[in-house]
Write a protein that binds this ligand. Structure first.
Ligand code: FNR
Length: 384
């Protein structure tokens, strides 16, 4: 497998390698989307509605793929998106991915439903990473979580706003990941989380808890089945913009809202005190039939009019996709599945290799479009 890793060129190549390694339910959990996966498909496909302009004789001998975000320099405009349960994709998965992100010079965002805890990930990646959170019904727990990661040096909170309820993910339903099974019998998928051999392979055997960020708080059930039920009940569909105002008071650091997709939500988002927005449909995992992220970028970018950094995720699969997103007004993109597949295929080395491939592809695309830095990206595009 390690030798095959060397030949992986695209996210789909890592995906094929990941498919060989992961149990079916886990591969599907990563790969799948909601409903008929129309939005999942559209996310990727709609990048093709734009063409890059091939320009010649522009002296592109020096190119710079770096960008500035919240006073930091990123070696390329990419952030590793929060992914739940990533510690099951490879041994101490979040730690390996965070190390890779650090080595290449881009931020890593830890999901609140990650396996490894914030302390472990930040300590091992030698840099405090970003932290992602959903609004939980237990606001006391939200405050506690924020205080805890702040004390560990976290200064960037990514707050996910597109999950008032969980989307209908058919693959997860078929694989038994979502329900607790019949007559008290638990699904195969959750049984795997109790399987000593598997837990050993991902570095969890002997660890008292699986979801370290949440499990370290009192009152959170340690039994995996009761935990799942508790988590389902914690998602809070009553959240409104006034909860974001509350959150703003709780969090003194950078606050990013992730999951905006409609132009009409831009005004309240700008008034909410957030520092940045991520256009996202949760990688097509929530509302099937919703617009693709990239199709919304021009309108939302226009509505924001430079008031705050705008990020985007969903379907970014190459360096030229990154350039298109920047050309349409994004400061940076978040990548989800690509790092999950690279991690499952090759651990830290896989993620590092994938990131360097994208940096190289971005640089090549810039050269062929005749630009030297990303501030010139707006000149590179035309409609298909
Ligand atoms: C996600 N996503 C997600 N988002 C979030 O805010 N918190 C989370 O815990 C998760 N978990 C998660 C797990 C898996 C397996 C996937 C694929 C996605 C959404 C994620 O952060 C991001 O929005 C999408 O993955 C972006 O789309 P692409 O890059 O996967 O196409």
């Amino acid at each position: 497998m390690a030798s095959l890793l060397r030949f992986a060129a695209t996210p789909d190549d890592y995906r094929q390698l990941a498919k060989r390694r992961l149990p079916r339910f886990l591969f599907d959990y990563i790969d799948g989307g909601a409903g008929d996966e129309l939005t999942l498909t559209a996310n990727q496909r709609d990048f093709n509605q734009w063409r890059l302009r091939q320009r010649v004789l522009c002296d592109v001998s020096q190119r710079d793929t770096r960008c500035q975000l919240f006073g930091e320099t990123l070696s390329l405009p990419v952030v590793l998106a929060p992914l739940g349960m990533a510690g099951l994709y490879a041994r101490r998965g979040e730690v390996q991915a965070a190390r890779a992100a650090k080595a290449v010079g881009v931020p890593f965002c830890l999901s609140s439903v990650g396996i490894c805890g914030y302390t472990e990930v930040s300590q091992n990646s030698e840099k405090p990473c970003w932290f992602q959170l959903y609004m939980l019904r237990d606001r006391g727990l939200v405050s506690e979580l924020l205080e805890r990661v702040w004390a560990q040096g976290c200064r960037t909170l990514l707050f996910t706003i597109d999950l008032p309820v969980a989307g209908a993910r058919h693959r997860d339903q078929r694989n038994g990941l979502l329900d607790q099974g019949l007559a008290g019998k638990f699904s195969k998928a959750w049984q795997l989380l109790q399987c000593p051999q598997w837990l050993y392979s991902v570095g969890l055997r002997g660890k008292p808890h699986h979801f370290a960020n949440l499990h370290q708080h009192s009152g959170v059930p340690s039994d995996i089945h009761r935990f799942k039920q508790w988590l389902d009940e914690q998602f809070d569909p009553s959240v409104t913009w006034s909860d974001i105002a509350w959150l703003r008071q709780q969090w003194p650091g950078t606050l990013i809202l992730k999951g905006l997709l409609d132009q009409q939500d831009v005004a309240p988002a700008c008034d909410s005190g957030a520092d940045a927005l991520v256009i996202s449909n949760h990688g097509g995992r929530q509302l099937d039939g919703a617009a693709s992220s990239i199709s919304q970028l021009p309108l939302i970018s226009q509505a924001i009019d430079g008031r705050m950094p705008l990020l985007i995720d969903g379907g970014v699969r190459s360096g030229s996709d990154i350039l298109k997103a920047c050309a349409l007004g994004a400061t940076a993109i978040l990548a989800g599945r690509p790092w999950a597949w690279a991690l499952a295929a090759g651990g830290q080395a896989g993620v590092e290799q994938w990131l360097r491939r994208w940096q190289n592809e971005l640089s090549l695309s810039m050269a062929l479009c005749g630009i030297r830095e990303l501030s010139q990206a707006r000149d590179t595009l035309m409609p298909a």
